[in-house]
Design a protein around this ligand. Structure first.
Ligand code: ZN
Length: 54
């Protein structure tokens, strides 16, 4: 899946848990930016977690 942010074509590798909105799948750079907001939890996607470890 691709990053769900507008105009972003990178692969979505991190699931963001957003208390005031639906969860989103975003790329690592967007996860860094969006994950700074209070209450947001950035969770590496289970699908890509294995790839990151290899
Ligand atoms: Zn992105």
């Amino acid at each position: 899946m691709e990053c769900t942010e507008p105009d972003c074509e990178r692969a979505g590798t991190v699931e963001l848990h957003i208390p005031w909105d639906d969860n989103r799948l975003v790329c690592a750079p967007h996860a860094r930016v969006l994950g700074r907001q209070d209450g947001v939890v950035a969770d590496p996607s289970p699908d890509s977690g294995d790839e990151l470890l290899e």
